[in-house]
Design a protein. Structure first.
Length: 362
């Protein structure tokens, strides 16, 4: 199966080479950190270096936080260290899964970048993709700033109880872990934005190519192949990063069952800054639901667009072809839509509200 996907990727790249190779597309510099470059020779070295630097910095600071948090009465206490531990381990695990590669094989980041960058439709949807990616980056930066600012406020509110060196070490560790976690969330958002941009551009251009159904069918065949392959590459990392809110929620519940009223309120205070970063995962889930939702609504849209003036057999055949392709974001061969992704968001939001209600009642 993997060999078939590799052959398909090579064929798609070969078809697109004549179109893409002669067109230079200007991309923001920060996208190169995630491996998104038009030419593989420029792309291959940037992402591994960024990954190694991030893992090394996280490991160094994590050793500090382990020392600081070993005492139950230290800066953030046992619960705060556990939350940072979950976020740090999940972030590092995702970075390793995205960038490690076996000899003669591409890494997940390289394979995903090649799928998105080396196809003939890139010049068409790149503007829409970059616009959505910029919005996603702004959202992540704002959430990261709010998280670090809230954590700093929590630390300063306990200034009389804390050693300045421990406070600085804790803030440095949290800022590093939160930045890494946010970077992983942004990577998923950028990939999902590219997927959604391809589907939206296909919908927008359907009217211009309404008489060339062979081109539309060929382009949709490429789009659904890219969607399935890129989702297959990202599934392990997505499962790892999605477990973070669940583990944090379970850990909070266990502490509420064991600790006193003061500790329960302190747990909520310590959990509040981390919530801003975890909201980035909720945003990724909504992006995934958007990709599948756009694919599901596409046949209805084309039915009104192409068959509004009368029956056309070729247009009807194209609509049936798109409907039967069942394109979307697949996780372990299971189609993921808004219904599935919203359940995770509902559980996380409901758990936070339950914890808040429990703390108020204590």
């Amino acid at each position: 199966m993997s060999r078939a996907w590799a052959d398909q990727n090579k064929s798609l790249a070969k078809i697109a080479s004549e179109t893409v190779s002669g067109v230079h597309i200007s991309l923001p510099w920060w996208l190169s950190l995630f491996g998104f470059q038009q030419f593989q020779s420029r792309r291959a070295i940037v992402m591994p270096i960024f990954c190694c630097m991030t893992i090394c910095i996280t490991a160094i600071f994590y050793c500090v936080v382990a020392t600081v948090g070993s005492d139950s009465d230290s800066l953030e206490g046992r619960f705060g260290s556990e939350v940072i531990t979950v976020m740090g381990l999940c972030s590092v695990a995702c970075l390793l899964q995205l960038n490690l590669r076996r000899p003669g094989k591409q890494s997940v980041a390289q394979a995903t970048s090649e799928l998105l960058m080396n196809n003939m439709m890139l010049p068409d949807y790149v503007d829409l993709w970059l616009d959505r990616s910029r919005r996603s980056s702004c959202e992540v930066v704002v959430l990261l700033f709010l998280s670090v600012a809230a954590e700093t406020a929590v630390v300063l509110s306990k200034g009389a109880e804390l050693d300045p060196g421990q406070a600085f070490a804790h803030l440095a560790v949290f800022a590093t872990v939160a930045t890494t976690f946010s970077a992983v969330s942004l990577y998923f958002s950028v990939v999902c934005s590219a997927q959604a941009a391809m589907v939206d551009h296909f919908s927008a251009k359907a009217a211009d190519l309404s008489q060339d159904y062979e081109v539309l069918r060929h382009r949709w065949d490429q789009i659904q192949a890219i969607l399935r392959r890129s989702a297959q590459c990202l599934t392990p990392s997505l499962m790892i990063i999605t477990l973070s809110p669940v583990v944090v929620l379970v850990t909070s519940t266990m502490h509420f069952m064991e600790d006193s009223e003061y500790d329960a309120q302190r747990i909520l205070l310590e959990l509040f800054p981390k919530t801003f970063v975890l909201l980035g995962i909720i945003r990724v889930l909504s992006r995934i639901g958007e990709v599948t939702g756009n694919c599901d609504r596409l046949p209805v849209f084309l039915n009104s667009l192409l068959l509004g003036d009368g029956w056309d057999w070729e247009a009807s055949h194209l609509i049936r072809f798109i409907e039967r392709s069942k394109a979307g974001f697949y996780v372990f061969d299971t189609k993921v839509d808004y219904t599935v992704m919203s359940k995770v968001a509902y559980i996380f939001s409901g758990g936070l509200l339950a914890l808040l209600a429990e703390a108020v009642q204590l």
